[in-house]
Design a protein around this ligand. Sequence first.
Ligand code: GLP
Length: 233
Amino acid sequence: MQLITHPTAEAAALDVAHRLCAAITAAPEMRLGLATGGTMQPVYGALAGLDPDMSGVTTFNLDEYVGVSRDHPGSYHRYMQDMLFHRLTRPPTAHLPQGDAPDPGAEAARYEALLARGVDLQLLGLGANGHIGFNEPGSTGDSRTRVVTLTPATRAANAAAFGGETPAQAISMGVASILSARAILLLATGVRKAEAVGRLLQDPIGPACPATYLRAHPEVTVVLDAAAAQEVP
Ligand code: GLP
């Protein structure tokens, strides 16, 4: 695992955007896993400014809320359109789980099948409780794309986009789905993530802190700002 710390969140996000742009330029037909959340907003802003040709790239987002249509302002479909895809001259072919699919379990299975070949590079954020994607504490290392129940803390952290009432469930890539990526690039910024970063690096590998599974992957880069790096040993 490679650990890179920048003085500010802005510098960390810019570094990640440049790494994504370089990967896309080197492999214009790559399969790229994408993440959402507030942490990624400056990454996508910077990437849109660099405006790489993504017309040959296929993207796969980590997760989507169950029961939420793609046009809903809180949906990750909408987030991706607003933050990145609509800002690019040559956007990618994008896949996200369909939140309002009539049978969410079947939708999760369909999405997992799409991921069968794995992605070349997976971008990841980090939940304050150590979640990756929406793999909350308790998620096992062999988990695949499935319907998950969100913890009260995660629902509270994401409430703003829903006017206070975050959906109770999501469809999320599993831990094993994430680890099947050839390379993983995680970004965590802000003091709110410091404890989770410390646990990622030091806790026993297991479901109590799903991010710890990343230590079992051979090609992980963790990019931090100084605030998120406070508990790095
Ligand atoms: C969300 C997303 C994750 C994201 C994480 C951190 O719930 N499902 O993919 O990495 O939580 O979000 P934020 O960057 O807003 O702190």
